[in-house]
Design a protein around this ligand. Structure first.
Ligand code: NAD
Length: 432
C-alpha cells in the first residue's frame, strides 16, 4: 500500500520504517528539514536500537523515502498517518492539538482524491469527531480512523512487529478490512486485531497509559512504606505480581514515571474527563503523587549527603527516563540536576545515549564520555537509568574515593553483595 507518515518522530519514523519493511511504499514527512536531511544521508535522528540499519535497508530498497514536501507526500499516498506530537499546554492539563490541527489544514489543502486518514498520535476522546466536522465542511472525501500507537521507546521495533494488539477505531465498518490487510503480516504472527468506535480507540490509549502510570505510582508509594517498616519492596513486587489478576510488569519501584507519554497522557485524560464533567480523582492523585516523587528522591539525597551539598561531587549514571532511548522528556533528572546545581553540588553525568542539551547551561554540570571518568572522584553516585552497562559495575575499581556512596534508584544491585564489598549503598524501598 502507499502510505505517508506526517511527523517523523519516535512514532512516525519507527512505524513508517517498519511498514516499509513489511512491503509498503512509505513516505515520511517532517517539517524539520534538519531531520529530513539526516535521514536522507542514512542517519537516524533518534537513538533507537536497530532503527538505523532498518532505515538504510528500506531506503536502499526504495520502499522508504523522506521529505519535507507534504503536498507531494499526501498526493502520492492512499493512507495518511498523522504522527505529530500532542504535548500538554504549558501550565494546564490540556492537550495541545495545534500540531494535529496544522496537519488537518495541510490535508484539506492538498488532498485531491479520496484518502484514508489515520490518527496514530494520542488524542483526547472526541478529537476525531471535531476533525471530521472540519473535513466535511470542506466537502473533502475521506475516512478518518483512530489507530493509537503503543510502541515503547527502546523496544520500538520489536513492539511494532509483535504488538499485543492493534486497535482500530472507526465509525465506518468497511475500512476495518483495509486496515486488517495493512496489518496482516503482524496479525498472522499473533497480534490481536481489535475494532471499536473511533472514540473507543482514542480512549483506550489514554486508559492504558493511565493504568500503567497508576501501577508504577502504587509500587513507588509502597516502596516509601517498605523503607519505614523494614520490608524489601522487591519481595512485595514479586509477591503481588505472581497473582495473575495483577501481573508482575510495571511493578518496579524507582524514580517518578517520565517520558513522552505517561505524564502528558494522565493529564490529558483528566482534562478530557473534566470536559465531560467526570471527576477522575484516582488519576489526579496519581499525577500528584508522581510529581512529589522527585522531591522525595531529593530529600533522600540530603539524608545521604547531609543538608549542605556545596562542592559535593555527585555523578549521575544515566539521565534519560528509561534505557535504550535518548528521550529526555519528563525524566526525573530534569528536576534533580538543576536542584542539586542550585545547592552548589558539583555534578557530572554519563549516559550511553550521549550529551544532553538540557544540561549544557546548568552550572557545575559536566558530561563525561565514560563511566570511570564520571565516577572516579564522586562522593555520591546516583544510578538513575537502568542501562545494561550499569548493571554489573565493580565500584571499587572505578571509584577513587573510598568513602563513595551509591544511591541506586533502580535496585540494580544485591544488598548483601554491596555490604560484603563494604560499599555505602542506598536503594529504593529496601532497608540499607
Ligand atoms: N514516543 C512514544 O513512545 C510514543 C508512543 C506511543 C504514542 N505516542 C504518541 O505519538 C505522537 C507522536 O509522538 P512522538 O514521540 O513520535 O513525537 P515527536 O515529537 O518525536 O515527533 C513529532 C514529529 O512531528 C513533526 N511535525 C509536527 N508538526 C508537523 C507537520 N505539520 N508536518 C510535518 N511534521 C510535523 C515534528 O517536527 C516532529 O519531528 C504523540 O501523540 C505521542 O503521545 C508516542
Amino acid at each position: 500500500m502507499k502510505l505517508c507518515m506526517i511527523g517523523t518522530g519516535y512514532v512516525g519514523l519507527v512505524s513508517g520504517t517498519c511498514f516499509a519493511d513489511i512491503g509498503n511504499q512509505v513516505i515520511c514527512v517532517d517539517k524539520d528539514l534538519k531531520k529530513i536531511n539526516k535521514l536522507n544521508s542514512g542517519i537516524s535522528p533518534i537513538y533507537e536500537p536497530g532503527l538505523e540499519e532498518l532505515i538504510k535497508k528500506n531506503f536502499l530498497a526504495k520502499r522508504l523515502s523522506f521529505t519535507n514536501n507534504v503536498k507531494n507526500a499526501i498526493n502520492a499516498s492512499d493512507i495518511i498517518f498523522i504522527c505529530v506530537g500532542t504535548p500538554t499546554k504549558k501550565g494546564t492539563f490540556e492537550v495541545d492539538l495545534s500540531f494535529i490541527n496544522q496537519c488537518v489544514k495541510e490535508i484539506l489543502k492538498y488532498s485531491k482524491k479520496r484518502k484514508i486518514i489515520v490518527t496514530k498520535s494520542t488524542v483526547p476522546v472526541g478529537t476525531g469527531d471535531k476533525v471530521e466536522k472540519l473535513l466535511k465542511k470542506k466537502r473533502k472525501l475521506f475516512t478518518l480512523i483512530s489507530n493509537p500507537e503503543f510502541l515503547r521507546e527502546g523496544e520500538a521495533i520489536r513492539d511494532f512487529r509483535f504488538p499485543d494488539r492493534i486497535i482500530i477505531g472507526s465509525n465506518e465498518k468497511k475500512v476495518f478490512n483495509i486496515m486488517k490487510k495493512l496489518y496482516s503480516p503482524l496479525i498472522s504472527k499473533g497480534a490481536k486485531f481489535f475494532t471499536t468506535s473511533r472514540r473507543g480507540a482514542e480512549l483506550i490509549k489514554y486508559a492504558s497509559n493511565a493504568f500503567l502510570a497508576t501501577k508504577i505510582t502504587y509500587i513507588n508509594e509502597l516502596a516509601n512504606l517498605c523503607e519505614k517498616c523494614g520490608v524489601d519492596i522487591e519481595d512485595i513486587s514479586l509477591g503481588i505480581g505472581l497473582d495473575s489478576r495483577i501481573g508482575g510488569r510495571f511493578l518496579r519501584a524507582g524514580p517518578a514515571y517520565g517520558g513522552s507519554c505517561f505524564p502528558k497522557d494522565t493529564k490529558g485524560l483528566v482534562s478530557a474527563s473534566n470536559k465531560f464533567k467526570v471527576d477522575l480523582s484516582l488519576v489526579k492523585t496519581v499525577i500528584k503523587s508522581n510529581e512529589n516523587r522527585v522531591n522525595l528522591l531529593i530529600q533522600r539525597v540530603h539524608k545521604i549527603l547531609g543538608k549542605k551539598l556545596k562542592n559535593k561531587r555527585i555523578a549521575f549514571l544515566g539521565v534519560t527516563f528509561k534505557p535504550n532511548t535518548d528521550d529526555m522528556r519528563d525524566s526525573s533528572s530534569l528536576k534533580m540536576i538543576p536542584y542539586l546545581s542550585k545547592k552548589g553540588a558539583k555534578l557530572s553525568y554519563y549516559d550511553p545515549s550521549g550529551e544532553k542539551n538540557e544540561f549544557k547551561k546548568i552550572k557545575n554540570c559536566s558530561y563525561k564520555t565514560n563511566i570511570k571518568s564520571n565516577c572516579h572522584n564522586a562522593d555520591l553516585i546516583i544510578i538513575l537509568t537502568e542501562w545494561d552497562e550499569f548493571k554489573s559495575l565493580d565500584f571499587k575499581k572505578i571509584v577513587k574515593n573510598t568513602k563513595v556512596k551509591i544511591y541506586d534508584l533502580r535496585n540494580l544491585y544485591n544488598l548483601k553483595d554491596m555490604k560484603k564489598n563494604k560499599l555505602k549503598y542506598y536503594s529504593v524501598g529496601r532497608s540499607s
